[in-house]
Design a protein around this ligand. Structure first.
Ligand code: ATP
Length: 357
């Protein structure tokens, strides 16, 4: 278990001091696939480097199973890193690259060989053991970089955007591959990405970062279905934001009044949001034009956009706001709504969440 407690990093270079991490605390569990997700510059890589030991925190502590890490140099930490650039040795073979860290640790030759063979099988590169790494594809280099980092059996593997150099198809394959490697080895993975879809597909839990701060931590479903604040709702997935009036909150249930005057119940992160004008977030796939039980918002259909698997409906609500709905397409289904139609957006009970700004 990694415990990061009140970690602050202030860079003091030639310019003005810059706070890259601002009092960050998070606990990462054993065997977890944990992702740091956020836009460029939010401090993900800095936090990863603090864990690896390439950067000293200005304040705060980092412990692994209760042992202080900050006082240990990087090579003494039971932690390894896979970089975006892979950093393989091009003149060495695949097997030699994987063996490198083990040989540095003066492991007996037989043990090195056994581990290299095991790692080659793990990343499905046994056939390529004797190729130079300059003579294999980008995806294969990625596998070798992973095998090399896993070979010394670190307790924690840090991965800094390791898939960003791969093309779309290979990236999808490697996402599944990484998840498999993590569950087969039982090693804790801390994965950095700015790609929300990647984070949602692979992670046990995600920390959403913004401006040097963790804004929400939760499982993929939790973060997607129940974003706690506007930044998270906006950064992850598509979201409709509606100005509504909060009347009352009880626990996680908020009573609100929609622009149409209709009152309904939605979720609230907690009771700390004061009654009055607030923002309601609704995912495009959680509302419907097909009626049914729920609160209604009348409007006019502005656009219908067909995407193959689903169709997007852009509705101009009475009162001026734009609302986008996404509906899955069924085989053989005919289109019943057309641009210009008067329509009604229905929010089923419990759909939508009041946000903290
Ligand atoms: P990206 O996805 O672009 O890599 P990131 O979230 O990983 O972004 P960091 O690399 O952690 O971001 O950087 C966080 C902030 O700290 C950035 O604004 C960056 O410019 C700043 N920063 C990083 N390293 C230094 C440094 N050595 N000196 C001064 N500022 C730095």
């Amino acid at each position: 278990m990694i415990e990061i407690t009140n970690v602050t990093k202030i860079f003091t270079g030639r310019g003005a001091p810059f706070t890259a991490l601002d009092d960050v605390s998070v606990t990462i569990r054993e065997n977890e696939f944990f992702t740091l997700l956020g836009p460029s510059g939010c401090g993900k890589t800095t936090l990863l480097r603090v864990i690896a030991g390439f950067i000293d925190p200005t304040k705060g502590s980092v412990t692994l199973d209760g042992q202080d890490l900050v006082s240990l140099p990087p090579y003494r930490r039971p932690v390894n890193t896979v970089f975006q650039s892979y950093a393989l040795f091009p003149h060495m073979t695949v097997a030699q690259n994987i063996a490198f860290g083990l040989e540095m640790q003066d492991k007996p030759r037989a043990e090195v060989k056994a581990t290299v063979d095991e790692m080659l099988a793990l990343v499905r590169m046994t056939e390529m053991a004797d190729r130079k790494t300059s003579e294999i594809s980008g995806g294969q280099q990625q596998r070798v970089a992973l095998a090399r980092a896993l070979a010394p059996r670190p307790k924690v593997l840090l991965l800094d955007e390791p898939l960003s150099a791969l093309d779309f198809k290979l990236r999808k394959d490697m996402q599944l591959e990484l998840k498999r490697l993590q569950s087969e080895t039982g090693i804790t993975f801390i994965f950095v990405t700015h790609d929300q879809e990647e984070a949602l597909t692979m992670s046990d839990r995600i920390a959403v970062m913004h401006d040097g701060d963790i804004r929400q931590i939760g499982g993929p479903r939790d973060i997607y279905d129940h974003p706690a604040e506007r930044f998270v709702a906006d950064f992850i997935g598509d979201t409709n934001f509606l100005s509504v009036e909060l009347l009352e909150t009880k626990g996680e249930v908020a009573q609100i009044r929609l622009p149409s005057g209709v009152e309904t119940q939605v979720r609230a992160p907690d009771e700390t949001i004061a009654p009055g004008p607030v923002t309601l977030a609704v995912r495009p796939e959680h509302a419907t034009l097909l009626g049914g039980e729920g609160a209604t918002l009348p409007g006019t259909l502005a656009n219908v956009v067909y995407f193959g698997t689903d169709t997007h409906f852009h509705v101009d609500l009475d009162g001026g706001a734009r609302f986008v709905l996404r509906q899955q397409n069924q085989h053989g289904q005919t289109q019943v709504f057309n641009a210009g139609d008067a329509v009604t957006v229905t929010l089923a009970p419990g759909v939508g969440q009041v946000l903290r700004d």
